[in-house]
Design a protein around this ligand. Structure first.
Ligand code: ZDP
Length: 311
C-alpha cells in the first residue's frame, strides 16, 4: 500500500464524528469530515485541531463543495483550537473559495460538531467561538436547538462596506439603487459579513432572482461584494426571504442574512424586534434586543460523516 495515501486514525471516532489526528503527505491526504446542515444551508465540517491552518486549501474546498464531483456543500468549515480566549476558532471557505468573516448557519453547525467532538452531544452547552468577525457565543440546548449571540450589527455604511451615500448617522437605510434596470431601495448592514437588504412586494413576482442576485453581489457600490436578502413582509412578526449569497449564490438559508434583514425591518419601521424569519429551508427566530444585540435561534443537523481524498 502506498504510504503517502494513508491517514492514521489514531483515535476511535466519537459517535459518528471522525477526529482528524494529523496531516500526512499533503498532496494525497485523506480527510475525515462530517456533513451538517442548518435549514438546508449545508457545510462540510473538519476537525482542524491538529494544526493552525485549515487542513484543505480554498481550491480543495471548491472541489469538496461540488454537488456532482464532490461531497456537496455551500461551504467548508474548520474547527480550530480557540484563539483570543475563546473555546474554539471557526474558519470557513465559501463554495467559490472566498473566505467570509462569519456564517450564522455555519456557527450553529459548528456548535453541534464541537459538542460531538467533545463527546457531549445532548448536553446544554455554551461555547465561545472566535471568528474573523470576533467572538460569537452559541448555546446548544438539550433538544438540539441552538441560540446564538450574534453580537451587534454594524450600520456604518463605509464599515459594512458600501460606498452608497449615508444619512446623518452614517447609515444606509432605504437608499435608492438601480440594479438590472430596476429601482430598488437597499438597507446595508454588516453582521461581520456584508448584507444588502431589499424589501419586495412579492418574493416570486415582478423581478428575476437569478438575474438580479449576481448583479447585487458584484455591484460596484459593494467593495467586498455583498450577500443580498430579498424580503417580503408577511406581518410585523413574520418576514419571508430569499437570499443570494456572496460566493455561494442561492442557498436555502443564511443565518447572518436573517439577522441583517430583521435589523433592516426594524430600522425601516416594518417589524417588531422579535420575528420569525422564513427562509427557503425553514424558519429561524431572530431578536434584536433594546440593548442592540442580535440573537438567532434555529436547528443544525448532522447528516453523515466520512472520509475523502484531497489532492
Ligand atoms: O458572507 C458570505 O460570503 C456568506 N456567503 C457566508 C456564509 C453565510 C451563511 N450562509 C450564514 O448562514 O450566515 C453561512
Amino acid at each position: 500500500m502506498d504510504k503517502s495515501l494513508v491517514v492514521i486514525r489514531e483515535k476511535q471516532p466519537v459517535g459518528q464524528i471522525w477526529q482528524n489526528e494529523r496531516q500526512v503527505a499533503p498532496e494525497t491526504r485523506i480527510v475525515h469530515f462530517s456533513k451538517y446542515h442548518g435549514l438546508g444551508n449545508d457545510f462540510v465540517l473538519i476537525d482542524n485541531r491538529s494544526q493552525t491552518e485549515p487542513l484543505v486549501t480554498p481550491e480543495q474546498a471548491v472541489k469538496l463543495c461540488d454537488r456532482n464531483f464532490g461531497i456537496g456543500a455551500d461551504g467548508v468549515i474548520f474547527a480550530l483550537l480557540g484563539e483570543e480566549g475563546c473555546d474554539w476558532t471557526m474558519r470557513i471557505y465559501n463554495s467559490d473559495s472566498s473566505e467570509p468573516e462569519m456564517c450564522g448557519n455555519g456557527i450553529r453547525c459548528m456548535a453541534q460538531f464541537v459538542s460531538a467532538l467533545e463527546g457531549r452531544q445532548g448536553e446544554e452547552r455554551t461555547f465561545s467561538i472566535h471568528t474573523l468577525a470576533g467572538r460569537i457565543v452559541p448555546t446548544v440546548f438539550a433538544n438540539g436547538a441552538i441560540r446564538v449571540n450574534m453580537g451587534k450589527p454594524e450600520l456604518n455604511g463605509p464599515k459594512v462596506p458600501t460606498t452608497l451615500p449615508v444619512d446623518k448617522d452614517g447609515h444606509v437605510i432605504n437608499t435608492p439603487l438601480s440594479v438590472g434596470g430596476q429601482d430598488w431601495q437597499v438597507t446595508c448592514i454588516s453582521m461581520g459579513n456584508p448584507h444588502a437588504v431589499v424589501f419586495v412586494d412579492h418574493l416570486e413576482k415582478g423581478w428575476d432572482f437569478d438575474v438580479v442576485g449576481p448583479l447585487f453581489e458584484c455591484h460596484m457600490v459593494f467593495p467586498k461584494k455583498t450577500n443580498t436578502e430579498f424580503v417580503q413582509v408577511m406581518s410585523r412578526t413574520h418576514l419571508k426571504m430569499k437570499v443570494w449569497e456572496r460566493g455561494s449564490g442561492p442557498t436555502l438559508a443564511c443565518g447572518t442574512g436573517a439577522c441583517a434583514l430583521l435589523v433592516a425591518a426594524v430600522l425601516t419601521g416594518r417589524a417588531e424586534r422579535k420575528c420569525t424569519v422564513t427562509l427557503p429551508g425553514g424558519d429561524l427566530l431572530v431578536e434584536w434586543t433594546e440593548e442592540g444585540t442580535v440573537f438567532m435561534t434555529g436547528p443544525a443537523q448532522h447528516v453523515f460523516s466520512g472520509e475523502t481524498r484531497v489532492a
